[in-house]
Design a protein around this ligand. Structure first.
Ligand SMILES: Nc1ncnc2c1ncn2[C@@H]1O[C@H](COP(=O)(O)OP(=O)(O)OP(=O)(O)O)[C@@H](O)[C@H]1O
Length: 369
């Protein structure tokens, strides 16, 4: 049976469900040497960890940022493993009150690694408590209310906070500044994803030809989580078709069946591009009109399909609406009208200076990976 993905049957969604996380756990690299790609972050992190071991003190607080599925949780686990320290896991949305954080902090043991996923989503009061905890290993527990409230100081054992965020821009400066090391994870190239897939295939006892690995990697949107998911889809297909060594034709057939094309676009991505080109002559067209044309919510088009299309240079966001780029026409096997190409070049501009008030305009909250 195919496991669910967060956005229904989208095989190329970079986030994961609770069930999928269990499957992922088995494939996680256990130490920095097994962790593929991200050479700069790996090298810098290795130095931070070695220095802390030499100092015989917990490592400095680490902030990991980057799009979903690139290995932030995996790195947090590796940090704890390399430090030979226990790991506590929580997340921003689970910490809505300062008391939630106080409960976690007060139960940490010396040297423990506290991993806070989606750290940009912790509440403001908890965030303020975190400042003092990170800097001085101390928190003030407020007892009582109003004029009678008193602050009881509580010493904490030294610990290492590993924060992960997909939205580093939303972190307050004082919080960001309290991390001794910040690593930004980048999308992986095809060669790196091939290495991720080779390792996973070995662990799943699968045999694939070299070009089958490349085929899967090319369709994985630069994201190990998607690569591993597509590998599982290909494995299912091979099992049902009783294929023992998966060659490129088998990988293509399996992924075509799941409607993931050679550039990693799925049905929704292509529907957006087709509507843009075939119904609106390449645009510009408002986001809400585009969403109606493909029968989806505005938010789905904006947060699920659009970021990857923009990243791939297939769709442009302009003040007058969305436009298909020349590459989009080409990807669909269509000829771009000359005037549309010229108009797009003149009207495409950066999204960062736009307001999110109108659904047809860009929402600056929307990440653009
Ligand atoms: N560099 C890597 N080498 C090998 N496997 C990797 C690598 N990075 C990620 N993976 C695999 O991809 C999957 C997703 O990784 P992980 O959960 O660490 O991503 P994440 O960045 O924390 O995602 P999210 O932001 O959704 O929490 C895991 O199964 C992990 O094993």
């Amino acid at each position: 049976m195919t496991e669910p993905t967060p956005h229904g049957d989208r095989q190329v969604d970079a986030t994961s469900t609770a069930e999928e996380r269990e499957l992922e756990a088995a494939l996680r690299p256990k130490n920095l040497d097994e962790f593929v790609g991200q050479p700069r972050v790996r090298q810098q992190l290795s130095l931070v960890l070695q220095a802390s071991q030499l100092r015989q003190a917990p490592a400095e607080h680490v902030l990991l940022s980057g799009p979903p599925g690139l290995g932030k949780t995996t790195l947090a686990m590796i940090i704890a493993q390399e430090m030979n320290a226990p790991l506590r896991i929580s997340s921003g949305p689970a910490i809505q009150h300062a008391g939630d954080l106080a409960a976690i902090l007060s139960s940490l043991t010396e040297g423990e690694v506290l991993f806070l996923d989606e750290i940009h989503r912790i509440s403001r009061t908890a965030e303020e408590m975190l400042y003092m905890a990170m800097e001085d290993f101390r928190v003030d527990i407020i007892v009582g209310k109003g004029a009678g409230a008193t602050a009881i100081p509580l010493e904490l054992p030294p610990f290492t906070l590993v924060g992960a965020t997909t939205r580093a821009g939303l972190l307050q400066g004082p919080l960001r500044d309290r991390f001794g090391f910040t690593g930004h994870l980048e999308f992986y190239d095809v060669d790196e994803l091939v290495l991720v897939l080779r390792r996973s295939a070995m662990m799943l006892d699968l045999r694939l030809s070299p070009d089958a690995f490349v085929e899967i990697a090319s369709r994985s949107r630069g994201t190990p989580r998607i690569a591993n998911r597509l590998l599982r889809r290909v494995r299912d297909w091979a099992l049902v078709h009783q294929i023992h060594t998966i060659d490129v034709a088998a990988a293509q057939a399996a992924l075509d069946m799941y409607e993931v094309d050679e550039r990693g676009l799925d049905r929704l991505d292509r529907a957006v591009l087709e509507a843009l080109c075939l119904k609106f002559g390449g645009g510009p067209v408002g986001l809400s009109t585009l969403a109606i044309a493909v029968g989806e919510e505005v938010e789905t088009v904006e947060t699920v399909a659009e970021p990857y299309l923009v990243r791939e240079g297939l769709l442009g966001r302009t003040p007058r609406g969305r436009v298909a780029t020349a590459a989009a026409w080409e990807h669909l096997g269509l000829r771009a009208p000359d005037d549309a190409q010229q108009g797009q070049r003149m009207s495409t501009r950066n999204v960062s200076d736009q307001s999110g008030a109108n659904p047809d305009q860009d929402n600056p909250e929307t990440p653009l990976w």
